[in-house]
Design a protein around this ligand. Structure first.
Ligand code: GRF
Length: 201
């Protein structure tokens, strides 16, 4: 999993291991930020962690290459970005095409980018939510795996709304990753088609 922050989505997946996520496990947690609390959450569960910080590289491309190498060492079936506040480069996306999952705190294609909650609130929408999707070369433009809605309240600010979105987001991420882990699936255009149950041990 790749994270930048507090890692409550990561925690939900760690907690789901062995129950709703049978046969799936988080093999490593990486971050662009050494101070991301999610790294501590992983360490508490004895999950290997790594940091690939952009500060240690001359440019974005070099950082992206180093991240790709590091992630690939763990040979994951899926890469789950949960709160990773960086754009993955073309080489990364190509190497792991259709196997990188992202969670975004808005109903895509509305309000992509780093401020999905703030932008939805400022626009005045009455319903927003969360989108779990595959990452492609664009910003929050890949095929959608799952969405769930959250009502906006009149007294909401960015923090209160984001907290309610995150409650829904954690469940949706666990459900969606569980389905991917237990299925064979393929992507046709913008659509993700599930084929059959995969044997998981
Ligand atoms: C999530 O809402 C994610 O969609 C957004 O940042 C938040 C990360 O939360 N990009 P956490 O670090 O999993 O608690």
């Amino acid at each position: 999993m790749l994270i930048s922050g507090s890692g409550t989505n990561l925690q939900a997946l760690l907690d789901a291991q062995g129950s709703v996520l049978p046969g799936g496990s988080v093999v490593a947690v990486g971050s662009d930020r050494p101070d991301a609390y999610g790294l501590t959450r992983a360490e508490q569960r004895n999950v290997p962690t790594f940091v690939v910080s952009p500060k240690d590289f001359s440019d974005r491309e070099a950082w992206n290459k180093a991240l790709l190498e590091k992630v690939s060492e763990y040979r994951p079936d899926l890469i789950v970005c949960a709160g990773l506040m960086r754009i993955l480069g073309k080489d990364f996306v190509t190497a792991w095409r259709n196997r990188i999952v992202n969670t975004h705190p808005a109903l895509l294609p509305s309000f992509p980018g780093a401020h999905g909650v703030r932008d939805a609130l400022a626009y005045g929408v009455k319903v927003t939510g969360v989108t779990v999707h595959l990452i492609d070369e664009g910003v929050d433009t890949g095929p959608i795996l799952a969405q769930a809605t959250v009502d906006v309240r009149e007294d909401d600010n960015e923090d209160t709304l984001h907290e309610r979105i995150k409650e829904v987001e954690r469940d949706l991420l666990v459900t969606t990753v569980t389905r991917l882990v237990g299925s064979l699936w393929r992507v046709e255009g913008r659509l993700v088609k599930y084929e059959e149950q995969r044997e998981v041990s």
